[in-house]
Structures are given as structure tokens and as C-alpha cells.
Design a protein around this ligand. Structure first.
Ligand SMILES: Nc1nc2c(c(=O)[nH]1)N[C@H]1C(S)=C(S)[C@@H](COP(=O)(O)OP(=O)(O)OC[C@H]3O[C@@H](n4cnc5c(N)ncnc54)[C@H](O)[C@@H]3O)O[C@H]1N2
Ligand code: MOO
Ligand SMILES: [Mg+2]
Length: 421
């Protein structure tokens, strides 16, 4: 018998998923492999940086007190008693009117507290002994890079769940992280269902299409920070699909299927969830596309039954699968970042449900502008390539005029959002 489904609001659907306490797991990876991973704990400074006072310029380290009377009319002469470069340490004690020739990065010799740049010093020799003269005074601490000016030991520098970028790589190396504690990539199992599906290398024949969804979702999983186990495509046959889904559930953290989730005669996912004894969290959401997105829970694992229609599948992944994956990566803001943008063109389509329009957002004179990235239909593939955002058009309207301020969810952003529904 045909079953009429009850749509639930998007926020409620996302909340039902996020109520599941799937937690991240920590693993150590060599620093060389940590770029693009997520920190599993706060990054804390293990030492002061720099951990010694050092010269920020090439020149002469002096005692500021000796320069006090120095001026254009009253030059001060210093005996140069040592010569050090970065990595070298002078063991000379610097006394009154003595200086050490010092290069950028070298540790300040004992007793010195200012650096005279080469540009303001005149050098000469007397009986083979080097001297330098200056015609101005220096304050204590002038031209010194102080211990701890960059970071203080014990300081929390980067929060848990942050994506490791090149700057964080530099920090990790600075603090001696040969191995980096990162979030283990959640393993996401993936099936494409549909008797009509061909492999990428197969020729087109009437009634069949190439499977594009699994390639698209695999890329979306990578973009969000997860790992993919693609199990291949399945024909629309109940027993085959049931066995495949049941077995895969033992091997992965989350399972995504695409297709077979609506009310068609060969849409077997709902019956598979039933036979498994999985708890269906929802099977219809008040949104377009992706209204048929179905999510179930089985033994603490979440099964995402995403639509077969490519655009619906894409949107379903970003709204429902992304946040739980990001939470398993320890992110405090697991949802897509929401911003305001100005709609650039008329969007005349009326709709009872909230619409997520694949859109291109650009920045013009500091303002975000958004326009659809192609045809706005659930079965469309081509609009996805130009989509860097999902434009949210609330339901219950007759369409929207150019110039309207709309919400957009940014797809390439790494900052995220705590909750915005
Ligand atoms: N009577 C009703 N019919 C439909 C409803 C409804 O509410 N009542 N919902 C429609 C909506 S909305 C959507 S979205 C689709 C969802 O269908 P399924 O999720 O069951 O997906 P399929 O039927 O298997 O396939 C739909 C469509 O997508 C193509 N497809 C499937 N897999 C792939 C793939 N891996 N790569 C590329 N394209 C794929 C498939 O060939 C179909 O054309 O149901 C509507 N029907
Ligand atoms: O679920 Mo369908 O995506 O509304 O187009
Ligand atoms: Mg179907």
C-alpha cells in the first residue's frame, strides 16, 4: 500500500541526527601528513617562542646604558669583542663600551640589551682590533626580539577541531610535534543503488545512465574531512541490497546510500531499514531538493538514505551528513557557515518548501552576491560545478526578486557555524 510521508522541518531533522553521540577518535600522524587534518586537542605552546632574547637585525649588540650620551656631536666608540651568527652563542661577558657583532636570529650576549643596525654604525680598526662608532642613543630593549614575544609556554594557541593549515603546520613544528594528534577520519561507507547505473567507462545504452552520485559524494566526503569506503553500485533488488547494507554496517562509522529511497516500486531502502530493525529518524523533510532524504539509526551507526536525484543527493549530504562528520572531527562549529547575500537575479519559482538553490556567491565591493549556478531542478547535475553555496529561499512565497537579501550556506568555508536552523 502507498505510504504517505509526513515532512518534518529541516532544523528538526538535523537535530535528530546530531542527538546521536558519535564521538571522534584521536590518532597520531607524522607532521608531514597532518596538513588538512583536524586537531584532536587544543594546540598548546610547549615553550616560549622565541625561547631566548635574540637579534632581529644584523648589527651590534650593546648595553643601552653605554649609548646614553651618544649624539651627532658626541659619537660613542665601542670595542667589538666577539662575532656571532644565528645558532652561535657568545660566551663573552660584554662590559662598558663593548659590543658583539651579531647577526639576525643570534642569541643576545649576556649583558647586552639593544641592537645597533649596521646602517647606523661606522666601523674601523685600531691596531688590528675592531671598533664601531654610533651617533645616537638606544633605549634598553631597542631592536631586541624578546623571549616569549611570539608565544608564551602553556598558552592555548589553536582550538581543538581546527583544520590544520600551513600556519598551524609552522606552529606544530615550532613546538616539536614530530607526530600530531589529529581526529581519525570517520570512515563513511558508500553505495550507489539503481539498476540503471553504468560504470564510468561503459557506453551509454537506452534507459541506462552513468553513476555520477558516488563520485560526487566521495568528493564531498573528502571535502568535509572524512574517508570513503566505496562498495560499488547495487541493482534495485531487495535481497542483494539488504545483504550488502547489512554487511557494510559492520565495517564503517556511517553509511550513505544514494537512490531507492522514495516511494517507487523499486525503492527498497525503506524496507531494508525495516528488515534491519533500524530506527528511522525521518523519511521526509520540508525542503527542496532532497525532500525524500531518509536517515535511520542502527546500533549507534547512522544510515543516510540520500536521494538518487543528483542535486537532491548533494544537498542532503551537506545538510545532514556533513555536520555529524565534522563533529567526529572535533569541530565546535560543524554546520555550514551562514551569511547574508544579495540575490542578483529574479527567482520566480514558487514553492511550499524551503528551497536550497545551488548558487555561486561572489564578493563585490565587500558585499556578497548570489545567483543560481544553473537550472534549479532536483535531477540536474550541471548546476553543481559552479555551486560554492546553497542559497536558502524560505517556502510559502511566490518567488523572489533581484535585490532581495537572502541567506547563503558557504560550501568551501572552513569556519562553520554552531547551529543556524
Ligand atoms: N510519487 C512520488 N514520486 C517521487 C517522489 C514523491 O514524493 N512521490 N519524490 C520525488 C523526488 S522529490 C525525488 S528527489 C526522487 C527520489 O528518488 P529516489 O531517491 O528513490 O532515487 P531513485 O528513484 O533511485 O532515482 C531518482 C533519479 O536519480 C537517478 N540516479 C539514481 N542514482 C544515481 C546515480 N548514482 N548517479 C546519477 N543519477 C542517479 C535515477 O536514475 C533517477 O532518475 O523521487 C521522486 N519521485
Ligand atoms: O527530494 Mo526531491 O529532491 O525534493 O527533488
Ligand atoms: Mg525512486
Amino acid at each position: 500500500m502507498f505510504e504517505r510521508r509526513q515532512p518534518i522541518p529541516i532544523g528538526e531533522a538535523v537535530k535528530k541526527i546530531m542527538e546521536h553521540q558519535l564521538v571522534g577518535v584521536m590518532e597520531q600522524v607524522p607532521i608531514e601528513e597532518s596538513y588538512g587534518r583536524f586537531l584532536s586537542g587544543d594546540l598548546v605552546a610547549t615553550s616560549d617562542v622565541p625561547h631566548f632574547d635574540r637579534a632581529p637585525y644584523d648589527g651590534f649588540a650593546v648595553r643601552a646604558v653605554d649609548t646614553k650620551e651618544s649624539s651627532q656631536n658626541n659619537p660613542t666608540e665601542f670595542e667589538v669583542i666577539d662575532h656571532i651568527g644565528a645558532g652561535m652563542v657568545s660566551n663573552k661577558a660584554v662590559g662598558p663600551n663593548q659590543a658583539v657583532r651579531i647577526m639576525t636570529g643570534a642569541m643576545m650576549p649576556t649583558g647586552t640589551d639593544a641592537v645597533v643596525m649596521f646602517e647606523v654604525a661606522q666601523t674601523h680598526e685600531k691596531n688590528g682590533i675592531p671598533f664601531m662608532t654610533i651617533k645616537r642613543s638606544f633605549k634598553p630593549g631597542e631592536n631586541v626580539s624578546f623571549r616569549g614575544e611570539d608565544a608564551k609556554e602553556g598558552e592555548i594557541l589553536v582550538k581543538q577541531g581546527t583544520l590544520i593549515n600551513p600556519g598551524i603546520q609552522a606552529m606544530l613544528a615550532t613546538f616539536g610535534y614530530k607526530n600530531v594528534p589529529v581526529a581519525k577520519k570517520p570512515l563513511i561507507g558508500l553505495f550507489a543503488t539503481g539498476t540503471e547505473l553504468l560504470e564510468v567507462n561503459e557506453n551509454l545504452v537506452p534507459g541506462k545512465i552513468r553513476n555520477s552520485n558516488s563520485h560526487m559524494i566521495a568528493a564531498q566526503i573528502h571535502r568535509v574531512g572524512g574517508a570513503v569506503h566505496y562498495y560499488g553500485k547495487l541493482p534495485d533488488e531487495f535481497d542483494t541490497c539488504f545483504e550488502a547494507v547489512k554487511n557494510a554496517l559492520n565495517e564503517v562509522d556511517l553509511l550513505i546510500t544514494t537512490g531507492g529511497v522514495s516511494v517507487g516500486d523499486f525503492d527498497y531502502l525503506p524496507a531494508i531499514y525495516e528488515k534491519l530493525g533500524a530506527e528511522v529518524l525521518f523519511n521526509k523533510v520540508a525542503m527542496r531538493p532532497g525532500s525524500v532524504s531518509t536517515v535511520a539509526q542502527y546500533n549507534g551507526k547512522i544510515l543516510f538514505g540520500l536521494s538518487g536525484n543528483p542535486s537532491a543527493c548533494y544537498v542532503g549530504f551537506e545538510l545532514f551528513a556533513r555536520p555529524i562528520i565534522r563533529r567526529m572531527l572535533f569541530c565546535e562549529k560543524p554546520h555550514l557557515r551562514k551569511e547574508k547575500a544579495q540575490l542578483e537575479v529574479d527567482f520566480p519559482k514558487a514553492n511550499p518548501f524551503t528551497r536550497f538553490v545551488r548558487a555561486t556567491v561572489s564578493i563585490e565591493s565587500g558585499k556578497l552576491k548570489a545567483s543560481p549556478s544553473g537550472l534549479d531542478k532536483s535531477n540536474i547535475i550541471m548546476s553543481l560545478s559552479g555551486a560554492n553555496s546553497l542559497m536558502i529561499l524560505p517556502g510559502g512565497t511566490r518567488g523572489f526578486e533581484a535585490g532581495t537579501e537572502v541567506d547563503v550556506l558557504l560550501l568551501d568555508d572552513q569556519v562553520g557555524c554552531e547551529w543556524h536552523w
